[in-house]
Design a protein around this ligand. Sequence first.
Ligand SMILES: Cc1cc2nc3c(=O)[nH]c(=O)nc-3n(C[C@H](O)[C@H](O)[C@H](O)COP(=O)(O)OP(=O)(O)OC[C@H]3O[C@@H](n4cnc5c(N)ncnc54)[C@H](O)[C@@H]3O)c2cc1C
Length: 433
Amino acid sequence: MRQLHWFQTDLRLTDNPALSSACDADSLLCVYLMPKPRPWCNLTGLGAQRDRFLRESLQELKLQLQQFGQDLMVLEGSPELVLPNLFDRFSVDRMTCSFSPGWHEAQAVAFLQEKLPIPLDVFRGTTLFDAEQFPFEIEDLPDTFSPFRRKVEKLNVHSPIPVPKNLPPPPSAQFDAIPQAGATPHPGLPLPGGSRAGLRRLDQFLFQTHAIADYKQTRNDLDGMSGSSTLSPWLAVGAISARTVAHDIFRYEREEQSNESTYWLFFELLWREFFHWRAVLDERSLFKQGGRSGRRLLTTFEPRQFARWCAGDTDYPLVNALMRQLNATGWMSNRGRQITSSCLINELGLDWRYGAAYFEQQLIDYDVGSNYGNWQYIAGVGSDPRGGRQFNLAKQAELYDPENIFTSKWQGFRPAQPAHVVDGADWPISEPH
Ligand SMILES: Cc1cc2nc3c(=O)[nH]c(=O)nc-3n(C[C@H](O)[C@H](O)[C@H](O)COP(=O)(O)OP(=O)(O)OC[C@H]3O[C@@H](n4cnc5c(N)ncnc54)[C@H](O)[C@@H]3O)c2cc1C
């Protein structure tokens, strides 16, 4: 049997059921296709830090595969075109991939399953639970987080499966080196790609510094490593699995201590889980302005406002600092994401999808369910039982950066800008006198 494994958001050897299923094949071709973000809002290509983190993760995966006599082929192009071509060239008998919740990804899989005369088997492994474990049919997934959490939090998280003992050899082919990224990790938030760095960070946050024990109090810190786990980038590319993180939390609770904070880190993984399964169910409506409710929003599009938000050059110093942190590092705290998204939606009156698309381009932890689900939540067209959030920006600055340390560090104080210009061709033409 000649097998092909299509890596997507499962860039790891440990706890990768799809890859492990290839152990008995005669040959195995490991392939990764570079992602192309949705070409929305004139945003094209990956942001420098997202590109960097992904390439580092791929380089390490390639090295790890080479230790098994294997290799990784990284190609450009859409799966619908590239994978049938590889099937022909290498006479593949079976393809595998890990499940991805996004609608576009599901469309590609459905297309390939129809077009290819061989099986394309999709394995779970990116979530804490399998759908079969839920005490409800997936169609009955709760609309909001709390009922979901109550129904699933006591379920068993299966143990991560170990690295395969061996892998079949690759077919004879050319495996090019993965070109280096242009960017390097930002010294202010050094998050290198690859599963080893992810596991190091997990161990550091739990067993070395015991930061997990105060997590509930520190998780709103704006500046990264000191506050929250910063595990999201490795979880997003699949360099570490959610089950690995959960089982380390449980081990910490058994061996060290168990308190509200240790529970809270697991609680946040349940948010990730919730948005993953909602994305599966919400399909295309995850990308619609009105979400699954179809609610109509009153928005405007003022390109200059959007450009200023992206660059961190608005009239709101804390928002500027956060956006500058994102642009420089590819990461932003959860509190920061809530503040900046609320600003785009409520202060600037823009369509939330522009903000989501910009985050998709820049975030090193971009994850389709968590990103679009959280944006919909803040915009009031998703899973927020309160119908959306508006954060008082001055109050947020007072609470989370009372001495402007963060805002100054990331150069959030910008020179005043003229109010936006409305010329004769625009609407409305002029204010009535
Ligand atoms: C507008 C907006 C966009 C977002 N986009 C993304 C995204 O593209 N990718 C992403 O992983 N997260 C996203 N989040 C969720 C959250 O901000 C990040 O997961 C978190 O800040 C990552 O930092 P951390 O790993 O230190 O989190 P921690 O606080 O240490 O939490 C641990 C893990 O729990 C999960 N988690 C925590 N909070 C959330 C949440 N609100 N929703 C879903 N999962 C959560 C993440 O996997 C995270 O790594 C977004 C939030 C908002 C408000």
